[in-house]
Design a protein around this ligand. Structure first.
Ligand SMILES: [Zn+2]
Length: 66
C-alpha cells in the first residue's frame, strides 16, 4: 500500500495499485475539485497524469500494521 497527497487540498489517499488510486483520486476530484477536472485541456491532463505518475512512483510503501 502507498499513500499520496492530493495536489489541490490536504487530502491523503491510500491504495495498493495505481489503478485503484486513480479511481479514488478521480472520485475525489469529482466531489471536491470538480472545476479543476472539468476545465482542463489535453495538455493540462497530461501534466496532471505525469505529476501523478511521479508521485505514485516516489510514494513510500506503507505497512498495514503500522
Ligand atoms: Zn483534494
Amino acid at each position: 500500500m502507498k499513500t499520496i497527497e492530493c495536489h489541490d487540498c490536504e487530502g491523503k489517499f491510500t491504495a495498493t495499485t495505481k489503478e485503484e488510486i486513480l479511481g479514488i483520486l478521480y472520485d475525489h476530484y469529482i466531489k471536491n475539485h470538480n472545476e479543476i477536472i472539468t476545465n482542463v485541456n489535453d495538455e493540462e491532463k497530461k501534466n496532471w497524469m505525469s505529476r501523478f505518475e511521479k508521485d505514485w512512483a516516489q510514494a513510500q510503501e506503507v505497512s498495514n500494521n503500522l
